[in-house]
Design a binder for this molecule. Structure first.
Ligand code: PGA
Length: 250
């Protein structure tokens, strides 16, 4: 029995057509599974409303966003307001995914503003951290993650700390097929828990990076791994269901 409720979070990134989304939910409905874990999906912002509708009929799946702006409104063409997400009934938002950090140059300071803006709107935040391959090889994994946590989570109000979750995603494991060993992941998860200054014992810490139905079990058996943030293997209903099934029997 795990100490914290397991969360399986699908990050669909910039994928899926309406047809594929509809098939995903048709398949999920056919499987009629009873979820004993939290099952969440973050589609492209454009698809949030339609996903919410389909997820509503399937039940159990909560819908989130992959990113949000650092501010509620204003002249920020192309951005997604956290206030608008909350208004849409969105449950959570990813902040600081490594693709946002590297491709869109989002550093810890702006990510901190996004975390605070999302929390102000009572969105749950999945704050992503993780080291690159060269950082791991130069033994700076822990200092990089410590800095990402320290700056990214500064000034989180005590009454919102329970809304913050962490995803540890080693950048070298994302979309590469190279999953961190359960021991490597657990070592960093325990470190992260130790560094959280608020809600540390109850905080959900997800692992992400090439999680698949055939490797999730060993990861979830580790004490500090409370679920997974899954890219590629969350796109097909059969894989997503298999991930949730594993999570339901741990
Ligand atoms: P992956 O992606 O499961 O395809 O490696 C994980 C992520 O980027 O969140």
């Amino acid at each position: 029995m795990k100490a914290r409720e397991i969360h399986i979070v699908g990050n669909w990134k910039m994928n899926q057509t309406l047809h594929e989304i509809s098939n995903f939910f048709i398949e999920m409905t056919k499987m009629k599974m009873e979820l004993k874990c939290k099952a969440w999906i973050a589609p492209q912002a454009l698809h949030i409303a339609i996903l919410k509708e389909m997820a509503f009929t399937t039940g159990a799946i909560q819908v989130g966003a992959q990113n949000c702006s650092h501010t509620d409104s204003g002249a920020f063409t192309g951005e997604t307001s956290p206030a608008a997400l909350a208004d849409m009934g969105v449950e959570f938002v990813l902040v600081g995914h490594s693709e946002r950090r590297t491709i869109f140059n989002e550093g810890n300071e702006i990510l901190n503003q996004k975390v605070l803006a999302a929390l102000k709107n009572n969105l749950k935040v999945i704050y992503c951290v993780g080291e690159t391959l060269s950082e791991r090889e130069s033994n700076t994994t822990f200092s990089v993650i410590e800095e990402q946590l320290k700056v990214g989570l500064q000034n989180v109000p005590a009454d919102k700390a329970h809304l913050v979750m962490i995803a540890y995603e080693p950048v070298w494991a994302i979309g590469t097929g190279k999953v961190a060993t359960a021991e490597q992941a657990e070592e960093v998860h325990a470190f992260i828990r130790g560094k959280l200054t608020q809600n540390s014992e109850h905080a959900i810490i997800l692992y992400g990076g090439s999680v698949k139905p055939d490797n999730i079990d060993t990861l979830l058996r580790k004490e500090n791994i409370d679920g997974a943030l899954v890219g590629g293997a969350s796109l097909k209903a059969s894989d997503f269901r298999a991930l949730c099934s594993s999570a339901s029997v741990i």
